[in-house]
Design a protein around this ligand. Structure first.
Ligand code: PEP
Length: 253
């Protein structure tokens, strides 16, 4: 049974103290996590250890880094390696977020190298894909996302792809308050699952969690998550508000 996941993406927000307070508030609220449901907090690098300590002993709750570099170690000032993350017990890393692609020129090839280094070191990548508005307007989103999958993921072995989480995030819906309709989300998730099935077979495709990201809020999460191929969400803005994120966690199916 594939995992249903509520993943918070704090991006470059909150001070250390605000982050601590947010986690305290979320953890104090009643959440009802089933065996197949996970919560992942993707926090800034300086807060990773603090977040891990807060989640210590909490079943099905994990901390993720928001990025890592594609090299093992060396003279790359300012970068963070997978070995560093592993050495503090991190198990998940968000890769290929559209903000990394846009502001730091990350391309499919570079992201695939980061995915490789994660999987080689037993860390689960949360691979983000999704089209910009002009692609959606020309109705070529399947080709666009298909290419992202082919160039960054489809070189993986079946065992490796099974360890990967995918987040479909239409760029026009990120931080804009404009959510994809349920139908748009379901269509793309089904397309992604179908591409995985063509490459790796149905059994594997059915095991991979595909999250939706793009203005998931407390008042729309349940509806979006109810779609057959939507296995939860990657949540930016609403993950910074304790009550809202708790509602989103409780909306998982
Ligand atoms: C994101 O950070 O990946 C995201 C989807 O942000 P938001 O929920 O704010 O649109």
């Amino acid at each position: 049974m594939r995992k249903q996941i509520a993943a918070a993406n704090w991006k470059m927000n909150l001070t250390f103290q605000q982050g601590e307070q947010l986690l305290n508030n979320i953890l104090a609220a009643p959440t009802t996590l089933k065996e197949n449901q996970l919560v992942i907090f993707s926090v800034p690098f300086p807060y990773l250890t603090m977040a891990q300590q807060k989640l210590n002993g909490k079943k099905n709750m994990f901390v993720a880094a928001q990025n890592c570099f594609n090299k093992k170690n060396g003279a790359y000032t300012g970068e963070v390696s997978i070995e560093m993350l592993q050495s503090i017990g991190i198990e998940y890393v968000v890769l290929g977020h559209s903000e990394r692609r846009e502001y730091f020129n990350e391309n499919n090839q570079f992201i695939s190298e980061k995915i490789n280094i994660c999987l080689e070191n037993n860390i689960t990548p949360i691979f983000c894909c999704g089209e910009p508005l002009q692609i959606r307007e020309t109705n070529t989103q399947n080709e666009f996302v298909g290419k992202q999958l082919t160039e960054s993921l489809f070189h993986l072995s079946p065992e490796q792809i099974l360890k990967t989480i995918i987040a479909y995030e239409p760029i026009w819906a990120i931080g804009t308050g404009k959510t994809a309709s349920n139908q748009q989300a379901q269509e793309m998730h089904a397309f992604i699952r179908q591409q995985i099935a063509i490459k790796y077979g149905n059994a594997i495709a059915n095991e991979i969690s595909i999250l939706y990201g793009g203005s998931v809020k407390a008042n729309n999460a349940k509806e979006i998550f109810s779609e057959t191929d939507v296995d939860g969400g990657l949540v930016g803005g609403a993950s910074l508000i304790a009550n809202d994120f708790v509602t989103i966690i409780n909306a998982l199916k």
